[in-house]
Design a protein around this ligand. Structure first.
Ligand code: ATP
Ligand code: MG
Length: 810
């Protein structure tokens, strides 16, 4: 669909938003009203009709997945080349990129690396141990490093630095100690040349304040999910908007979906923006396109329980649909079994209308997923998890990326501790402590310290046996550094690390059971190294053209986007040759991954959506003086991916299990919201009941169709979430879906798909066998003719050989 067709498909209010001439525009609207669609279209409008060059446009999304989806949509609207020149990403990704370009202006050393929350926790634990600081929580239990980090991070996300924190809490017994740790933690980050997630944003604020010209030619900023921006992010937006008057900003959001208050999101940023940005225009969208009337009505029942909320209209012209199901079951095992059975029935009986990929299971908290994972696994229901065993957190992946990370930033103590004994070198704790002490004494990088130790230049002495072990480690790291300096590709460097550390042998010895799958993961890491490169190409492009501050203006040639021949193609093609993988490789290196070799040796511009006649044309590279740093980008990619509590790229053919927070902005034809109990949602420890209600509202409005929506609690029915009580009886049923021709016809209508052919009467599955991991759950619905009464579900005493339970329904 091209831009004009897409524009024609919008309703008049949406179109008005897309085409608005206002420089400061807020679009405030409910779920499923097309905010993200409008924002995407507005980007296309700015590029195609307002002729703003794409490299002058920043689009902020809340998750990496959302950025990817928006990019895909924009490729259809404005073409691949223009899309790749836009700077689209989360605040963190955008900030990381800017900081790597200008570290000095943010007070950072070049070669800084990102400190993930897990690493932050280790640093804090170490500080507590070293300084013997223990903090007790309100139950007088010692607070874990993670909880201390939480307090520090919360302060940072409000822009409160260690000094201010100390001043504020100087008389607070507990927080005074947290302040000490906060100070020490910041010092450690600096010493180890690390930037944590909060500092990515804070340091970028410093950068933008110190080097005003960085963003001087930014013309437009667009922000999705604005209700969840915090004060620091707001300040960033303000800084980016500074200077020139002709900049435009478009934000879209929904205060009713503000669910990150616990992470210091400030819905009042809407009002703040209206106050601080001259001439802010507020536009509204009221029609929901996503869900059916019943879902909207039920969701409104939940959200309107917040009496402090500013009321707004949300309606839909979609069919009313069948009532949602609100089903109570006895316990969490029965709940997982019920969902598994319903999923199997839906996939089996919907005649192709619902597949595994169309289904999501949403929950308030991560840990609830355990029961579902095990029942799904046993029943061969393919699923993908959010924040589960994340690829970049796997031991083998982390070991190998830590080598790269340490060689890049040899001040990183955590990375050093992780890899010094990988493979086993037998460097004991006492020796390690001694090395770290020497390092503190010399105040240089750990690699420089080790070199001094090897050359016996330190006052502290080490045994010859230790020196031999350190030499091996030092040589590998030095070699990696040389490869980085020689601009070898990330994949070839990783490949060297695998070989030099004899990691395959190490895996075989250490993990005899599953070494193969771990080794395969490392093969996957190599392909990711290449993909990550592709994913960042567009950001390179943006920077090459955008950041003119380092470039001699007279030699700068701006890319021209014109479509004079009306073909929809640009007449000027961007030259991306300078960002292709470098081809220098180490000839002595043993190559185990043949595919890497091929990739390294020939850069195929077509893979990057480029014309191949540009391949040899290096003379066109006017921007050669702006060096790109693929290692930094790859490490950034690993760090951001390993810590995101968000969905991975769509895993085809799988049911999604996700927290409600991670599902924000997304939609599925079939939604299960599980464990909707008092104490869970609203959470017993939540300080903001209204935010809990908004959370349920977000969950309910993910549904593209009401037919297979099930909401239930896993205890007795009186424990069902207070938000769901007193809902009009016509809105829901306490029965699960009955699969028949009528249901399929309704489903087809809502999903806008052809009604399945019913002429061949296949006998729908009467029985669905569901297996449980633990013995002893018997579910027999035969007598109930449905799933109506929790009382009929009984947990039986464990029986030795009874491992399955049969759910019979319909
Ligand atoms: P959320 O608040 O959940 O982020 P949103 O307001 O961003 O929702 P979108 O995701 O943009 O809403 O749109 C919701 C669904 O409605 C999408 O499937 C979108 O394609 C569809 N949609 C939006 N506008 C229209 C329209 N004018 N015609 C048809 N479908 C539309
Ligand atoms: Mg959206």
């Amino acid at each position: 669909m091209d831009f004009s067709e897409a524009l024609a498909s919008l309703n008049s209010s949406q179109r008005e938003c897309v085409l608005s001439k206002d420089n400061t525009l807020q679009i405030l609207a409910g779920p499923g009203s097309g905010k993200t669609r409008v924002l995407t279209m507005r980007v296309a409008h700015l590029v195609l009709e307002k002729k703003i060059e794409p490299h002058r446009i920043i689009v902020v999304t809340f998750t990496t997945k959302a950025a990817g989806e928006m990019r895909k949509r924009l490729v259809q609207l404005i073409g691949e080349k223009r899309t790749s020149a836009l700077l689209i990403g989360t605040f963190h990704a955008i900030c990381s990129r800017l900081l790597h370009r200008h570290p000095a202006y943010a007070g950072l050393d070049p070669n800084f690396t990102i400190c993930e929350p897990d690493q932050s926790k280790l640093i804090i634990a170490e500080i507590q141990k070293d300084r013997n600081i223990q903090i007790n929580d309100f139950t007088r239990h010692t607070m874990e490093a993670g909880a201390v980090l939480g307090i520090i991070s919360q302060a940072k996300s409000k822009g409160i630095d260690a000094t201010e924190f100390f001043e504020t809490y100087r008389d607070d017994f507990k927080r005074k100690d947290v302040a000490k740790i906060y100070f020490a933690y910041e010092e450690e980050l600096k010493r180890q040349n690390l930037v944590d997630f909060d500092n990515l944003l804070l340091k970028t604020c410093v950068l933008l304040s110190n080097k005003e010209d960085i963003l001087w030619n930014i013309k437009s900023i667009l922000v999705d999910e604005y209700q969840d921006t915090n004060i620091v992010q707001y300040n960033l937006i303000k800084l980016m908007m500074r200077q020139k008057n002709d900049k435009t900003i478009t934000i879209v959001g929904d205060p009713d979906q503000s669910i990150f208050g616990w992470r210091s999101a400030e819905p009042k940023n809407f009002g703040k923006m209206a106050d601080e940005f001259a001439g802010t225009t507020v536009m509204k969208l009221e029609r929901n396109y996503r869900s059916t009337a019943l879902v909207i009505e039920s969701a409104l029942h939940v959200i309107t329980q917040d009496h402090s909320r500013v009321s707004k209209t949300l309606y839909t012209n979609n069919p009313r649909g069948v009532p949602m199901s609100l089903v109570s079951v006895q316990n969490s095992a029965a709940e997982a079994g019920f969902v598994a059975a319903e999923i199997k029935k839906a996939v089996k009986n919907s005649k192709g209308l619902i597949q595994y990929k169309d289904i999501v299971v949403l929950m308030r908290m991560n840990f609830i997923s355990r029961e579902f994972e095990s029942v799904f696994r046993l029943n061969k229901i393919p699923f993908t998890m959010v924040g589960g065993d994340r690829f970049f957190n796997r031991v083998e992946v982390k070991d190998m990326t830590s080598y790269l990370s340490f060689a890049y930033n040899p001040k990183d103590v955590t990375a050093f501790n992780r890899i010094i004994n990988v493979p086993k070198r037998g460097v004991g704790q006492v020796t390690l402590d001694k090395i770290l002490d020497v390092n503190l004494e010399y105040k240089d990088s750990l690699l420089d310290t080790i070199e001094k130790i090897i050359k016996r230049k330190t006052t502290t002495t080490f045994t010859p046996a230790v020196i031999i072990k350190l030499k091996d480690f030092f040589n590998i790291c030095q070699h990696i550094r040389a490869m980085i300096d020689d601009k070898n590709s990330v994949a070839s460097i990783l490949s060297y690390i695998y070989t030099a550390t004899e990691y395959e042998k190490f895996l075989k010895e250490k993990h005899a059971q599953d070494w193969q799958s771990r080794w395969e993961n490392l093969g996957e890491l190599l392909s990711i190294a290449k993909k990550a490169h592709e994913a960042t190409v567009e950001l390179h492009e943006y920077e090459k053209y955008h950041d003119k501050s380092d470039v001699d203006d007279t030699t700068l040639v701006e890319p021209v986007y014109s479509d004079e021949d009306g073909s929809g193609e640009d007449s000027e093609v961007l030259d991306l040759t300078s960002v292709g993988p470098e081809i220098k490789t180490d000839p002595t290196m043993k190559r185990e991954f043949e595919n890497v070799k091929t990739e390294d040796q020939s850069f195929n511009p077509k893979e990057f959506g480029l014309r191949d006649d540009l391949k040899e044309d290096n003379t066109r590279d006017e921007y050669a003086n702006i060096d790109t740093d693929p290692i930094a980008e790859f490490l950034e990619y690993c760090a951001l991916c390993s810590s995101q509590k968000e969905l991975d790229e769509a895993e085809e053919g799988k049911v999604t299990i996700a927290t409600i927070h991670a599902a924000k902005g997304l939609e599925w034809p079939c939604v299960f919201i599980v464990t909707c109990n008092e104490g869970v949602i609203p959470h017993s420890r939540s300080e903001d009941i209204d935010e809990e209600g908004r959370l349920l509202y977000v969950a309910m409005t993910r549904s593209k169709s009401p037919k297979s929506r099930d909401v239930w609690g896993n205890k007795r029915s009186q424990d069902v979430s207070c938000f769901l009580r007193n809902m009009g009886s016509g809105l829901y049923t306490d029965q699960p879906i009955t699969w028949n021709a009528n249901t399929r016809a309704l489903l087809a209508e809502t999903l806008n798909k052809p009604i399945p052919d019913e002429s061949h009467q296949t006998t729908p599955a009467k029985n669905v066998d569901i297996r449980f991991g633990a013995a002893g759950i018997d579910i027999d619905f035969k007598s109930m003719g449905g799933f109506s009464s929790a009382a009929n579900l009984k947990r039986k005493p464990d029986k030795p050989n009874k491992k399955t339970a049969v759910v019979k329904s319909e």
